[in-house]
Design a protein around this ligand. Structure first.
Ligand code: SF4
Length: 446
């Protein structure tokens, strides 16, 4: 969450990570196909290693960022590379699912299976616009081809099923989606009163290795990165369940998006081009991953980068975001100003106010000074008063402290807004719903 959103307001009770070694599970991707355009096409059944991770050890306790954490982050990054190599590569032998594929990928699939390329558009319409969930239900393509895609090539649409749903009094709905391997992931739909705005808070990983102290997601450990179709699916699900077009997407759900850049950016492309949601209506939120912000800048997207900063100095930040030890605040800020220089897009800073931790006047002054020190990034600060849930170790700041904090920033010339917590009743913290429903994570031994 990166306190990302108001939906993520839980606290972690486990602590220091002690992840056991990486666990790779094996799965098979069928890649048998016969003749395409008169040419013999290779027939094979290829074993592909899908990257998964072990869940966090139950005995872990809170503590400083250490080697086990670094290892978990490295594994998540390797996981993302594997997705880029295997999952996003085009061609029949890697096109297990239609969702998440670009039209040019589907054209390739058509060609390889002896069909005219215009059928790719028919598939895109069916999957992205009509919400077809099974290849058999795509109405305007030949039956024999559908059968061959499903039976010979093992292709599916790639949709999840809704495992559980919680509806809040304010209309926010949280969904727990069951994926093909039995793991579950959360997504949240947040409607706006009196407007057509519907925001989806999407997850980018199952679990998260970053273990920020206020976040419930870390409690469940880190299972794996999401594939592009599993991210796009969240947007489609919310759209269908609300019966309303999604207007905004925020990568503020479970997981650290910058540990899974290939999937996140492919999903971003599909959300933009196929679901027609403008890049300026997409926000990618991060607590910070070394070298990742400039990598993101290379995609030259118009979406908003939101940094979950939560503290005005390194010392306090490390107590809230332990991973800050591996990516010091000054280095993070330097990368943010470089991001602004390269993309011209203003950077947003998310600051969750925790009573007695980071909410006094001096800390507001220090935050203002920090932002100014790193030049004019047209920074905007979102102040999020902490809203305690369950047994949280943190307390909500007083109204006086919230208004004083905001006033100090504004007097320093920094645009600031207060974000209201939404959907607390909808099972509260990010990760809590998933933790409740999947206390024993599903292992995927091959
Ligand atoms: S632990 Fe992960 S999901 Fe939770 S706030 Fe930190 S980066 Fe976001």
């Amino acid at each position: 969450m990166h306190m990302h959103s108001a939906m993520k307001t839980g606290m972690r009770v486990c602590g220091e990570q002690a992840l056991s070694r990486c666990h790779i599970h094996r799965t098979y991707i069928s890649s048998r196909y016969g003749r395409a355009n008169g040419q013999r096409v290779q027939s094979q059944r290829e074993e592909v290693l899908l990257p998964t991770m072990p869940v966090r050890n139950k005995d872990v306790t809170d503590g400083a960022w250490d080697d086990a954490d670094r290892h978990a982050v490295d594994e998540a990054l390797k996981d993302a590379e594997k997705i880029a190599r295997l999952g996003i590569k085009t061609g029949v032998d890697h096109t297990q699912v239609l969702l998440g594929q670009r039209i040019e990928d589907l054209e390739k699939l058509c060609t390889l299976t002896g069909q005219p390329t215009y059928r790719a558009k028919q598939m895109c319409d069916a999957v992205y616009r009509k919400g077809v969930k099974r290849i058999q239900d795509i109405s305007n393509i030949p039956k024999a081809w559908k059968e061959s895609l499903v039976e010979e090539h093992g292709v599916s649409v790639g949709r999840s099923t809704i495992h559980h749903r919680v509806v809040a009094a304010d209309g926010t709905q949280k969904f727990l989606l069951r994926l093909h391997d039995g793991l579950v992931v959360e997504t949240v739909g947040i409607p706006a009163d009196g407007s057509h705005r519907l925001t989806v808070c999407v997850s980018s990983q199952i679990g998260c290795p970053m273990r920020c102290t206020f976040c419930a997601t870390g409690k469940g450990g880190f299972a794996r990165n999401l594939m592009p179709h599993e991210i796009v699916d969240q947007v489609l699900t919310v759209q269908e369940e609300f019966g309303q077009r999604v207007s905004n997407v925020v990568f503020m759900g479970m997981g650290e998006p910058l540990l899974n850049i290939p999937s996140v950016m492919r999903a971003h492309e599909i959300i933009n081009k196929e679901l027609n949601i403008g890049a300026r209506h997409v926000t990618i939120s991060t607590v910070g991953v070394p070298n990742a912000i400039l990598k993101l800048a290379r995609y030259a997207t118009q979406s908003t980068l939101a940094i979950s900063i939560h503290a005005p100095n390194q010392q306090i930040r490390e107590t809230i975001v332990p991973s800050a030890k591996a990516y010091p605040l000054q280095a993070l800020m330097k990368d943010c100003s470089e991001y602004f220089r390269v993309t011209g897009r203003r950077v947003t800073f998310e600051y969750t106010l925790l009573a007695g931790v980071n909410d006094d006047v001096q800390q507001a002054k220090d935050l203002a000074a920090l932002l100014k020190e790193h030049g004019n990034m047209k920074s905007h600060v979102n102040v999020i008063p902490w809203n305690p849930v369950d047994e949280s170790e943190f307390k909500r700041p007083s109204r006086k402290n919230v208004t004083t904090f905001v006033r100090v920033l504004e007097q320093a010339g920094i645009k600031t807004s207060i974000r209201v917590t939404r959907g607390l009743e909808a099972a509260a913290a990010c990760g809590q719903l998933r933790n409740k429903h999947q206390t024993t994570p599903v292992h995927m031994d091959g």
